[in-house]
Write a protein that binds this ligand. Structure first.
Ligand code: MN
Length: 131
């Protein structure tokens, strides 16, 4: 079964690159260039995972993640933060908002796909363990 990933990213070049990589790897990609569209698509399609840019216009990615994790319909979707800044303390902030992991930008395409696959498997085994 094809996995669906939602990418929330306001930078068109990054969106293009990420979508290309994901499509090539066999994922179906939903795109949002702002947080509120992202929230809407998450509720509507319940993707297998969300890649969430942190710096977004109006609502930022951490606020959007908090909303996703507070909503029973979307709380179980793993959220992976896309962050240009990965300094000490940032990871804490990212985790505190409810993100399940983060990937640093610029994207390194090899580790990007490996990391994603690992996160999808981890979340899946987590779900299986609860059944
Ligand atoms: Mn951004």
């Amino acid at each position: 079964m094809m996995r669906t990933l939602l990418v929330v990213e306001d930078n068109p070049a990054n969106m293009k690159l990420i979508s290309l990589l994901l499509n090539k790897a066999g994922y179906f990609v939903l795109q949002a260039d702002n947080a509120s569209d992202g929230l809407m698509l998450a509720r509507e399609h319940h993707p297998d995972l969300i890649l969430m840019d942190i710096q977004l216009p109006s609502m930022d990615g951490l606020t959007a993640t908090r909303l996703l994790k507070a909503d029973p319909e979307t709380e179980d979707i793993p959220v992976v933060a896309l962050t240009a800044f990965a300094m000490r303390g940032d990871e804490e902030k990212i985790r505190a908002a409810g993100c399940d992991g983060y990937i640093a930008k610029p994207i390194q395409y090899r580790s990007f796909l490996t990391d994603l696959q690992q996160m999808l498997e981890t979340s899946r085994s987590g779900i299986d363990a609860n059944e």
